[in-house]
Design a protein around this ligand. Structure first.
Ligand SMILES: Cc1cc2nc3c(=O)[nH]c(=O)nc-3n(C[C@H](O)[C@H](O)[C@H](O)COP(=O)(O)OP(=O)(O)OC[C@H]3O[C@@H](n4cnc5c(N)ncnc54)[C@H](O)[C@@H]3O)c2cc1C
Ligand code: FES
Length: 1263
């Protein structure tokens, strides 16, 4: 929203609600108490969404809450705690959130039912937080609207602002508005700015003159007319929604069918925040081919009122003559869109609209369809029909031919068949159509028509197969949250001040909710310059010329640096293979070529855009298939042979002819964008003596220090790298940070001024790599008694243009490819493809999920090929205590069977299975799938030297303690756990301890905070330091037994005893020899877990809903159940996104299309299950980590894949119904397109197959 747009309005920010120093607002209190923030970067947004709702409706319903947070995303929490906190304000709650029926998923075993499932020495609790003790919400305590603004009525005054030649007109008088538009026909009318803002930000349009019509009263008019409802375009979409709802109340149902379709569509139109500002005028004028409303306007024959000073008003029907080209309408430059008239329907008119998007909520449509049938009541024949589709052409289009030919027909099967044939002829898409998904989009036109046909048949009570069935999914999803978190209370003997094992709030929780948590972007440095990277426009080829002249001529642009300014020829990365700036050749689209420095961020961005980069493009290698064909490898080839761990010196090849049951297969898994909420950014401040201070959002301060030192020839002791907290990392801020920090440091050094580099998400997603996409080719033999015998598998990882961490990622995939199954003999190979894409890097799970996905796929293939029960096959092959993995590790305290059986019981799996089968028998086009899947995850870095950490513990004479350690706080609660560990070690209240920012001048050579071992490693380092201090203090404790902590400290100080200690810790690692294939006891321990998920799919559209999730996770003796369960839920939802909706979209020429939330979809609150249960395995303890705990960050992520396989089960049920019984390959992710196209049926058969792959250029390719 431009600043001028809020002229005369009061703006309240999260800081304005209340701060930590005062009593926080109830919304802030409840979100903190519910553990609803992790990295905290999304938190102010959620707080403000809920605060706004309460200000407008102090007693909201749960549906209101869902709608209020429609436009808010969170990458960390998995949303459950956020919903729990916010639902507690709903009027149908008394401050407490409902759990399952009897309150406990232990069911019969619950202590309340006389069982001992919750009891024992340590009680089992079922909820992490209790909202009932929170302060009730009292709207009378809210801030009042500033009286000055009320009195002066600024919002009713016209205003004009001219800033550096950019003119903003804000008339309040309608005739003035028309006059302005006449005088300046090319001035842009700005209504909600939701569309214009994008043009301004990403297309760098020059918006010299803007007219804001929102204050003009005439544009807010809304009233009923003879034909329908007149809605002035000054109304926002939300206001339009309210008006339609209001009018509908007093009108007969038959008149409001179009209104109803509009209202239903509005629910899925963007999010609430966009709808609160966006206008229908902006939507019509933009004329987007994928607009959600335009198809409704066309099919319903809605009208639009246009007005100009010169020619006056004209009212047009929005029909086939209205949209005249790509984003073009008949609206003339001097006209404004004054109103839309939404028509009434009549008794015999049927109107419905449908939308399908990659993510249901807050996503642009893939295809939208609106349908109107006017029936003749006497003849029961179709009088006339209107069908309109968005997403099928360069503009919204009516199915004119189809409508003409169906007029006069009876509503029966013949009409249906004819309609389907006509639509498939009228709406064809070329295989290379922009936007891609040609067959899917065409199928959707038929599916929508079919849905409409069934609905009308139902209305007309015409007996047609399936017309009484529902085709919409998710109707059984409860409006409440059934969520439990089962964990054990600490032992009764544990001292009250010992916080270990207790569900303490995140130490920064309150600061997150009040907006007081400081991130790198919040830090102001006097005289700081800003910078932006100049990026390569192609993916592969030569750089012919780079000319910054135009940029340097721009006001505010200060300098341009490129490879020629670097002091050395050094490259970045552990293998020194990543250029700081591309020189001569480009290896991937958006590779940095240079850096522009300017006085502010926007000028720097505009300057970077103005640098002329001329390249000669060559054909890039983008996919794994292309790399394999071209023999393009970064690493070739790693291996593992289980035989070598059993005393054999020579590897024997498998003799497949020995077996009767052998399957072969291939499966592909896509990558994943990190989508941390805080994008990469850093500040570099030059100091005296060529020293640098670097404040950076990173998981690896050591990497940043090393790379700056190496590339800019500065000794490391002169580079201090610091980070307080980061807004999410997930692996994406490990080795990727130097990509930003090194150029920024170069600019700061050259200019001898502080320089900041902050990446817009658009650039962040293009410059940095993602989770590695993988292909697997496998072959496996199954014995007659269903044991897994021989396994031969090759994993191909798409590494991108340089090595980065690909070796580690690939080897982790290789050592997790067994998942939880004992293979008698396994040969595992891995290769890394070199492609012209950004260098793929670490991502939570680090290759593990990819490896496990392969084996879970082959388990399904075996089961389906040999008609086996996959669960029985699993149970037969699950690892047992002491078994050895193919990489030579013996599994001790192997709890996989325990998590499996407990999950089976808690989720009532067997009972549900029967219900799912029953549902599938009764429903033709909706199918359910239920799936249970186990996981195992090895803990520790793959490289031995990395399994070390240091910490510095300082005690001050007032008794307070300051800790610095090598780990970064990125939402995972590391600092909170460290405080708990230190409090127990020193035996003091946690309030006396503070954790300082992470910095290279406090703790040198620290490893990146990754591999889930932050608390394992830093915890033992802190413990070591505390033990040293305890030893020094022991004589004082012994001597002064009656005294307390502070006295001992002071006494020791007086005696000249050092009160600071540096601690050091290591964890187990035994290196595996991947070059020769010999394994070792690689990890100290493994984490186990099992999930059970139930989904429902819409076989006609490919949409799905996740109905329920149960997870049982073995994480030892939890250090902090709140943080650990938060990690489990968050990782599960991130894994769910990975395997279902997150799709990296890249063109065959390597140009990256998914560069922001518009194209790339992560799960929203609407996607997470409302039946969500997490249980920590009881009685598990782990001798290999601090206080018997286990790591938790990465292990649960793979459980998100359970949803993928549940979806596959549902598809399978549909396919079996259609007579297709055999195994079918199903690659990840399970997008709506993948689901729909796997549900082969009479509709998909009507769409011609794509021609030979080489005969056309697809829109996108799977990496
Ligand atoms: C996050 C996000 C999600 C979105 N989701 C959806 C979605 O689900 N479905 C969908 O269809 N669209 C979606 N959009 C697109 C956009 O929000 C809509 O098209 C919206 O209705 C545009 O209205 P606006 O008032 O914000 O337009 P603005 O950005 O103010 O203007 C857009 C264009 O319309 C012109 N204009 C505005 N008002 C008038 C007027 N009164 N007379 C003449 N010309 C005018 C402007 O000059 C400009 O050219 C989304 C956008 C965003 C940013
Ligand atoms: S807490 Fe929501 S994005 Fe991190």
């Amino acid at each position: 929203m431009p600043v001028c747009g809020v002229f005369g309005k009061a703006v309240t920010t999260v800081e304005g609600i209340r701060g930590v120093e005062e009593r926080v607002h109830p919304v802030q209190e409840r979100l903190t108490k519910a553990h609803g923030s992790q990295c905290g970067y999304c938190t102010p947004g959620f707080i403000m969404a809920m605060y706004t709702l309460l200000r407008n409706k102090p007693q909201p319903t749960k549906d209101d809450v869902d709608i209020a947070i429609q436009g808010n995303l969170c990458r960390c929490t998995g949303y459950r705690p956020i919903l729990e906190a916010f639902y507690s304000f709903a009027k149908d709650e008394k401050g407490e959130i409902k759990v399952t029926e009897n309150g406990c998923p232990m069911g019969e075993k619950c202590c309340k039912n006389g069982g001992d499932g919750c009891g024992g020495e340590r009680k089992t609790l079922i909820k992490l937080s209790d909202m009932s003790k929170c302060v009730p919400y009292d709207p009378s305590h809210e801030l009042i609207f500033p009286p000055e603004l009320k009195l002066k009525n600024f919002h009713q005054q016209s205003f004009f602002h001219d800033s550096n030649g950019h003119k903003w007109y804000q008339p309040t008088d309608y005739s003035m508005l028309l006059a302005l538009k006449r005088k300046h026909p090319h001035a842009r009318v700005i209504s909600g700015n939701s569309e214009l803002a994008i043009e301004l930000k990403f297309r760098f349009i020059n918006l010299e003159m803007v007219i804001n019509p929102r204050q003009v009263p005439e544009l807010h008019e809304h009233h009923l007319t003879d034909d329908g409802v007149y809605l002035g375009t000054g109304l926002s979409l939300s206001q339009m929604e309210d008006a339609l709802n209001e009018f509908s109340k007093d009108l007969p149902e038959s008149k409001t069918r179009v209104f109803k379709a509009v209202l239903e569509m509005l629910h899925w139109f963007a999010g609430r925040h966009v709808r609160n500002v966006a206008s229908v005028a902006g939507n019509i004028a933009t004329a987007s081919p994928i607009s959600d409303l335009n198809p409704i306007w066309m099919a319903s024959k809605a009208k639009v009122v246009l007005d100009s000073e010169e020619r006056g008003e004209r009212t047009l029907t929005i029909d086939e003559k209205f949209f005249i080209g790509y984003r073009k309408t008949v609206i003339r430059p001097d006209e404004i869109v004054k109103a839309v008239i939404v028509p009434f329907s009549n008794e015999n008119e049927h109107f419905y609209a449908y939308k399908l998007a990659q993510r249901r909520e807050d996503d642009i449509a893939i295809v939208t369809g609106a349908f109107r049938a006017q029936m003749n009541p006497k003849t029961q024949l179709v009088d006339n029909l209107s069908i309109s589709y968005g997403g099928m052409d360069i503009f919204t289009r009516l199915a004119l031919k189809t409508a003409e030919k169906l007029a006069g027909k009876k509503w029966d099967k013949t009409l249906l068949d004819l309609g389907l044939n006509l639509i498939s002829e009228e709406f064809t898409l070329k295989p290379d159509v922009p936007g891609g998904m040609a067959r899917f989009r065409q199928t959707l036109t038929l599916s929508f028509f079919f849905k409409f046909f069934l609905q009308v048949a139902k209305n007309l009570q015409i007996s047609i197969d399936h017309c009484v069935e529902k085709t919409e999914i998710g109707d059984t999803i409860p409006h409440t949250l059934n969520a439990t978190q089962l964990y054990q209370e600490v032992s009764k003997d544990q001292p009250i001040h010992d916080p270990v094992g207790r569900p303490l709030e995140h130490v920064s929780g309150e600061r997150h909710t009040t907006g007081e948590a400081i991130y790198t972007t919040d830090i102001e440095i006097a005289g700081c310059l800003h910078s932006a990277l100049v990026l390569a426009p192609i993916a592969c080829g030569t750089i012919d010329n780079v000319d910054p002249t135009k940029a340097l001529e721009m006001d505010g642009v200060i300098a341009f640096f490129d490879a020629s300014d670097l002091p050395t020829n050094e490259r970045m990365g552990h293998h020194s293979d990543t250029p700081i700036f591309a020189k001569d050749r480009v290896s991937y689209h958006c590779q940095p070529i240079g850096i522009i420095v300017a006085r502010d961020h926007e000028t720097a961005r505009r300057g970077a855009n103005a640098v002329v980069v001329q390249c000669t493009a060559e054909k890039p290698i983008v996919t794994i298939e292309e790399a394999r064909k071209a023999d393009s490898w970064i690493l070739d080839e790693l291996q593992l042979h289980s035989q070598l761990n059993e005393g054999n010196d020579v590897v024997k090849k498998n003799d497949w002819s020995k077996y009767t049951r052998v399957i072969e297969g291939e499966v592909k898994m896509g990558g994943q964008e990190h989508f941390y909420f805080e994008t990469h950014n850093c500040i570099v401040i030059p100091k005296e003596d060529r020293a640098l201070e670097v404040i950076v959002s990173t998981q690896g301060i050591n990497d940043v220090q090393t790379e700056i030192g190496k590339c800019l020839s500065i000794p490391r002791h002169k580079i201090v790298v610091k980070v307080k907290r980061i807004g999410g990392g997930f692996g994406g801020k490990e080795t990727a940070s130097p990509l930003i920090a090194v150029p920024c440091a170069l600019a700061a050094m050259k200019l001898k001024k502080p320089v900041r580099l902050y990446l817009e998400r658009f650039d962040d997603m293009a410059i940095t790599g993602t989770r590695h996409p993988f292909n697997f080719n496998y072959k496996v033999a199954l014995s007659e008694d269903n044991h897994l015998i021989d396994y031969d598998v090759t994993a191909y990882a798409n590494g991108g243009h340089s090595l980065d961490l690909s070796t580690g990622v690939l080897t982790r995939a290789m050592v997790h490819i067994d998942n939880v199954y004992k293979f008698k003999n396994a040969h595992i190979y891995g290769r890394i493809c070199r492609t012209n894409t950004a260098s793929n890097t670490a991502f939570r799970g680090f290759g593990g999920p990819q490896g496990m996905f392969c084996t879970e796929t082959l388990m399904k293939q075996l089961a389906e090929t040999y008609d086996l029960d996959v669960d029985e096959l699993r149970e037969k092959n699950l690892y047992n205590e002491g078994d050895m993995t193919p990489f030579g590790m013996h599994l001790r305290k192997c709890n996989i069977r325990r998590t499996w059986h407990e999950c089976k019981e808690i989720s009532q799996y067997l009972e549900k299975k029967g219900k799912v089968q029953e549902f599938n028998r009764k429903n033709h086009f909706r199918k359910r799938g239920l799936y249970m899947m186990p996981t195992k995850f090895g803990i520790g870095f793959g490289l031995k030297f990395m399994n070390q950490a240091s910490a510095l513990v300082l005690i001050y004479t007032d008794g307070t303690v300051l800790i610095s350690h090598g780990g970064m706080e990125m939402g995972q609660g590391l600092h909170t756990k460290i405080l708990q560990i230190a409090a127990r070690c020193l035996d003091i209240p946690i309030e006396l301890i503070h954790v300082e920012e992470t910095a290279t001048d406090k703790v040198p050579n620290s490893m990146p905070t990754a591999a889930s071992v932050g608390s394992d490693l830093c915890g033992v380092a802190v413990e070591d330091a505390c033990q040293q201090l305890n030893q020094r203090l022991q004589p004082y404790k012994d001597k002064m037994k009656e005294k307390a902590w502070k006295d001992w400290i002071q006494a020791a100080h007086i005696d000249r005893v050092s009160l600071s200690a540096s601690g050091f810790g290591i964890i187990h690692n035994e290196p595996v020899d991947f070059f020769n294939g010999k394994g070792a006891e690689l990890f100290g321990y493994c984490v186990y877990g099992t999930a059970c998920c139930e989904v429902e799919i819409d076989c006609l559209t490919g949409d799905h809903r996740l109905l329920s999730t149960h997870i049982v996770m073995d994480i030892g003796d939890s250090l902090n159940p709140a943080i650990d369960i938060g990690q489990i839920e968050g990782a599960f939802v991130q894994g769910y996104g990975l395997f279902t909706m997150e799709e990296i979209r890249v063109r065959p020429n390597g140009i990256r299309l998914s560069r922001g939330p518009g194209v790339y979809k992560i799960p929203s609150a609407d996607d997470v299950p409302r039946d969500f249960h997490v249980s920590l395995l009881k009685g598990s303890s782990n001798p290999h980590a601090i206080f018997a705990s286990k790591a938790v960050g990465e292990p649960p992520l793979f459980l998100g894949c359970t949803v993928f396989f549940a979806i596959r089960e549902a598809i399978r049920a549909y396919r079996i119904q259609q007579g297709q019984k055999g195994y079918f390959r199903f690659d990840s992710p399970a997008t709506p397109e993948a689901i729909r196209m796997a549900c082969e049926d009479e509709f998909t058969k009507k769409i011609p197959d794509l021609p030979d792959a080489h005969s056309f250029t697809p829109w996108t390719v799977a990496l």
